[in-house]
Design a protein around this ligand. Structure first.
Ligand code: PMP
Length: 323
């Protein structure tokens, strides 16, 4: 669909996949006025197709759009677009294992205008791509590079918005992680370079030896992960005390070294729940546990995937039927 200032949203349609025509002066190409979302369609054993908390994605997209001076798309319009696309492409929703159809709604400023101001023409699109299991060979812990040269977000910035610019700014740190043999990069807060924020595309959780679990609190610089929010509730269902508070990098290191932190895991739509096996930084390497996924991590992972794939009762009312 297209949004034009004064007219609002118009021309919604499902069209065959293909290149987008953009004017070379389109605002998004110069000023990155863009936001996006990521969610999945899951096929259940009876053939039906569902998404997980799509209204949370719609609400987050509205918050991101507001921060990027983009127009708001209503939750119902967001849901309608996703529903129509999945119904059209139903054959592409895989079944079995942990495969799914990844959905990528996004909004871009298309107005051809080189002045620096909010664009008067914007497009909203949804594309889809089948996604196989994140861990085809079984769940394996990932290694994390601690970024000490770059931060991802500062107060008053766009950290809690899902906008392309945040990811553009994080790529050099992800490259650095790769150069050090790590799978993911972890960012600290920009003000003090001391508090753990999140990974390039996932939020973090720390499991303590008393059974409590801790995740960095939302300070306006962390993406409000929908998986993160769901795990706050699922972990409580499983009997864990859940705390949202600041976690310093020293607490992480000392906690793992002393055994007070027994497991660390990351979470997000793409991988659901991923154990962390190692923290690497310029100061050296810190291995976590035995190199295998921890018990609490696996239990939370299973609980979440069982709900998403319809193998467990959806006690929180998180599933939304598409087909
Ligand atoms: N943090 C960042 C920076 C992300 O890109 C993502 C993926 N959207 C997440 C956290 C996890 O969010 P969600 O659980 O909504 O996928």
């Amino acid at each position: 669909a297209t949004w034009t200032r004064g007219t609002g949203w118009h021309d919604a349609a499902v069209v065959p996949y293909g290149p987008l025509q953009l004017d070379p002066a389109a605002a998004v190409l110069h000023y990155a006025q863009e936001v996006f979302e990521g969610l999945k369609a899951y096929r259940h054993a009876d053939g039906s197709v569902w998404t997980f908390r799509p209204r949370a994605n719609a609400a987050r997209m509205a918050r991101s759009a507001r921060r990027l001076a983009l127009p708001e798309l209503g939750e119902d319009a967001f849901l309608e677009a996703v529903t129509q696309l999945v119904r059209t492409d139903e054959a592409w929703v895989p079944s079995g294992g942990e495969s799914s159809l990844y959905l990528r709604p996004f909004m871009v400023a298309t107005e051809a205008f080189l002045g620096v101001r909010a664009a008067h023409e914007v497009k909203f699109l949804v594309i889809a791509s089948p996604a196989g299991s994140y861990f085809p060979g079984g769940v394996k812990p990932v290694s994390i590079w601690l970024s000490q040269n770059y931060t991802r977000a500062s107060l008053g910035g766009t950290g809690s918005a899902k906008c392309g610019g945040n990811y553009a700014a994080s790529l050099v740190a992800q490259e650095e992680a790769g150069a050090h043999g790590c799978d993911q990069v972890c960012f600290l807060d920009a003000a003090e370079q001391r508090y753990v924020e999140e990974l390039g595309g996932m939020n973090l959780y720390f499991v303590h030896d008393d059974g409590s679990i801790v995740t960095p609190e939302l300070t306006g610089t962390i993406l409000e992960g929908i998986t993160r929010a769901s795990i706050v509730e699922l972990a409580a269902d499983l009997g864990h005390e859940v705390r949202e508070r600041r976690v310093s990098i020293d607490e992480w290191r000392e906690g793992v070294a002393s055994g007070r932190i027994t497991e660390v895991f990351a979470c997000g739509t793409a991988a659901a729940v991923t154990p962390v096996g190692k923290l690497v930084s310029a100061d050296g390497e810190l291995s976590h546990g035995t190199g295998q996924a921890g018990e609490v991590t696996l239990a939370i992972r299973e609980r979440l995937l069982d709900i998403q794939y319809g193998r467990a009762e959806d006690t929180h009312g998180w599933l939304h039927r598409l087909v």
